[in-house]
Design a binder for this molecule. Structure first.
Ligand code: XMP
Length: 508
């Protein structure tokens, strides 16, 4: 396995992705990880990430110098390279000018790190400071027009530094450079596969749980679904799943979940149809935050009720993913509450249960691979994100059964058309929103006065920022005419072309 020390770069997670794509396990830890902990981790190599600092900053982050005494290969990327230079006795030139963007790398040495290359490679640069004098023992292995030391190595000690960013897509052959570092230089074996992961994780779940019982809240989303199937494979009927239909799900969703988990995978599943209760609690409520709070609280309440019926349980299973676990150095800062997200985060403390989080070391795309390996259908594995409060926050203003039905039908058409156009997997989210606005239309010779549906389709990497998708006009056209023709009560469709920020993805 490989250790990545994080100096706060925005793209540190991409380094981990690139390493794991080579079937090698790695973890990201803060640069301040202690020497003891590093030794205990026992990596086969260490990667020092980039970061926003200059080694000359007063509080420039430093890792323990011992990193260089372990006899392990080290790859420094950007700031990581500069720090390595400074710590090993070289000189970094301070510069206020930034080199930013694509650059053509001229290779002076095509052995080890650049094995398989012939002379040049396109790379992505983003740095201010640069290497003026390499530490003793180092030689230049690549340069660019503006950067005499774009890559360097100390072959004896297996220390490598690159000024560019091999982890980003703008460095097209970055994966080969990582492969060279991992296989040729660190001597790693490509053993991190999903088949292996399943095997070891099943063992570990069995060991941990023993004869205990595990409770899992299924949402129908990919994370909790994969977690349920994985745990079921390990402990069978010791797993109990609860699935609450809050009446705010999409068309056919509840049936699909019940069929897949109960009938296909034969998992113990409590299906609770609480649509009436949720709708009652929500009646007359139009404030978005109040809606969210009611739905969140009601869910916890119902879930606890169901858990009581099941009897004594020991663990609560959760689909926590690696990005939530990484103690990233990039300070996210305290942020204002924009929306109170509803998930099962509050449950474990309330219920006094231990947590079972079998995918906490995985990235989202690895969870999808895992689901595939476990024989789950693509429809679940590649599902677009769907918020906990469901259609309630897409039906603007007060909810009614009638409005929810209209939205459900319109939404099904959006998904169907996007799928038919082959865009479903490419788009982060695509859905319909029902507006509390009636407008005038004409149908045949008669005047209509009906609802407006807004269409939302966005692309995003993590939901934090998003841009609207430039859907083809023909597709927009067919979505619009199908909704207006097939959904009773709608006579107008509009397209939401706002970015996040300042808009958000969901309307409430
Ligand atoms: P916003 O609307 O804040 O949404 O731009 C960002 C992402 O989060 C999803 N979302 C939620 N997910 N529970 C969830 O599990 C929630 O309460 C919730 N609210 C928003 C939203 O769909 C988008 O992907």
């Amino acid at each position: 396995k490989i250790l990545i020390l994080d100096f706060g770069s925005q793209v540190t997670q991409l380094i981990a992705r690139r390493v794991r794509e080579q079937s090698i396990y790695c973890e990201i830890h803060p640069y301040s990880m202690s020497f003891e902990k590093i030794k205990e981790f026992a990596p086969k190599g260490i990667i020092l990430s980039g970061g926003p600092s200059s080694v000359y900053d007063k509080d420039a982050p430093h890792s323990d110098l011992g990193v260089f005494d372990l006899g392990l290969p080290v790859l420094g990327i950007c700031y990581g390279m500069q720090l390595m230079t400074q710590q090993l006795g070289g000189k970094v030139e301070r510069s206020d000018k930034r080199e930013f963007g694509g650059s053509s790398l001229q290779l002076d040495d095509v052995s080890d790190l650049f094995a398989g290359f012939d002379g040049a490679a396109d790379v992505w640069m983003s740095h201010g400071d640069r290497i003026e004098e390499m530490p003793a023992g180092f030689q230049v292995i690549a340069h660019t027009e503006h950067c005499p030391v774009a890559a360097m190595k100390d072959e004896k000690r297996h220390f490598y530094g690159v000024q560019f960013h091999p982890e980003v897509v703008h460095t097209p052959r970055g994966d080969e450079m990582f492969g060279n570092f991992l296989f040729n230089i660190c001597g790693c074996e490509p053993t991190w596969t999903m088949a292996n992961f399943i095997e070891t994780e099943i063992e570990s779940i069995r060991r941990k749980v023993g004869t205990g019982r595990v409770l899992c809240a299924l949402s129908g989303g990919v994370d909790s679904s994969v977690v349920a199937v994985l745990i079921h494979k390990a402990i069978g009927d010791q797993l109990h799943c609860v699935f609450v239909n809050n009446g705010l799900l999409r068309k056919g969703e509840a049936e699909k979940v019940v069929n897949l988990f109960s009938k296909h995978f034969r998992i113990n599943l409590d299906y609770v149809d609480a649509s009436d209760r949720f709708l009652e609690k929500l009646s007359g409520v139009s404030d978005p935050e109040t809606k969210r709070k009611i739905i969140g609280n009601e869910f916890i309440y119902l879930f606890e009720e169901e858990a009581k019926k099941i009897g004594k349980v020991d663990y609560l299973a959760q689909g926590t993913l690696y990005p939530d676990v990484i103690e990233s150095v990039s300070t996210k800062g305290p942020s204002a509450v924009i929306k109170s997200h509803h998930n099962v985060g509050g449950l474990p403390e309330k219920m006094n249960l231990k947590l079972l989080e079998p995918v906490r070391e995985l990235f989202k795309d690895e969870v999808r691979l895992l689901g595939k390996e476990l024989g789950m259908p693509d429809e679940v594995i590649y599902r677009q994100p769907f918020p906990g409060p469901g259609l309630a926050i897409r039906c603007i203003g007060e909810l009614s059964r009638e409005n929810l039905d209209i939205l459900r039908e319109a939404d099904a058409i959006v998904i169907d058309e996007i799928r038919k156009a082959g865009l479903y997997r490419e788009i982060w989210q695509s859905f319909a929103v029902l507006l509390p606005v009636k407008t005038v239309g004409v149908m045949g010779d008669a005047r209509t006065y009906e609802n407006t549906v807004a269409l939302r389709a966005v692309n995003s990497l993590d939901g934090m920022t998003a841009d609207w998708v430039k859907l083809p006009y023909e597709l927009l056209g067919s979505i619009s005419s199908r909704i207006i023709n097939e959904v009773k009560g709608v006579n107008r469709v509009v397209y939401d072309i706002s970015q996040k920020p300042p808009a958000t993805i969901e309307w409430e």
